[in-house]
Design a protein around this ligand. Structure first.
Ligand SMILES: Cc1cc2nc3c(=O)[nH]c(=O)nc-3n(C[C@H](O)[C@H](O)[C@H](O)COP(=O)(O)OP(=O)(O)OC[C@H]3O[C@@H](n4cnc5c(N)ncnc54)[C@H](O)[C@@H]3O)c2cc1C
Length: 158
């Protein structure tokens, strides 16, 4: 019911304010579960951070004991796969893996312990020699100490 030009009275079970990834995801899954949802966005959908980010999804797999971090990252990966591959939305999703440069021998020593620990807990992450990393990305500098290789990493443009 419209009370005056600037005020609108609406009734809904769930009102979501903000049409970024948080609001739209909540609206989507709540509506899918049968709830009545209204989403209010002051500008356009995804007009702030959700429309401007790099679209990368860093992750190292579920691990043997999934925690909040792996649930969020792997859960997101599965949603993106479903949107692109099952529902046919072209979000330019690619699971191409990602490299992170290791600049010094000290970083390499530290990361070797970190990677060993992560992999012992069921995650999947490798350290590549610079030579192996350059066979994936030939533009990498040859003086690096190596690269972390997140081979399940993904990104999406839209
Ligand atoms: C430069 C940059 C790069 C990033 N890169 C990555 C990346 O590679 N990978 C990654 O996972 N994350 C990345 N992020 C983070 C990611 O973009 C944010 O965590 C995410 O988009 C936040 O979503 P949100 O819905 O919480 O917020 P937003 O996208 O900011 O949405 C909030 C919405 O609420 C609306 N709003 C606010 N107040 C009101 C109101 N009173 N009434 C109505 N509407 C309102 C706003 O207009 C906006 O549309 C990046 C962020 C930035 C800035």
């Amino acid at each position: 019911m419209i009370a005056d030009e600037n005020k609108v009275n609406i009734t809904t079970e769930i009102l979501i304010i903000g049409g970024g990834i948080t609001g739209t995801s909540a609206a989507f899954f709540l509506a899918q579960s049968g709830h009545e949802v209204i989403l209010l966005e002051r500008n356009e959908i995804a007009s702030e951070a959700s429309g401007l980010n790099a679209g990368t999804l860093w992750q190292t797999g579920w691990g043997t004991q999934p925690d909040l971090s792996s649930t969020l990252s792997m859960g997101s990966l599965e949603i993106l796969q479903t949107l692109q591959l099952d529902l046919g939305y072209d979000i330019e999703f690619r699971q191409s893996g990602a490299l992170k440069a290791i600049q010094t021998e000290e970083q390499l020593d530290f990361l070797q312990i970190e990677v060993q620990d992560l992999n012992s807990r069921g995650h999947s992450l490798n350290i590549l020699t610079t030579q192996d990393a350059r066979s994936i990305e030939p533009e990498l500098g040859s003086k690096l100490s190596g690269c972390l290789y997140y081979y399940q990493d993904a990104y999406t443009i839209h």
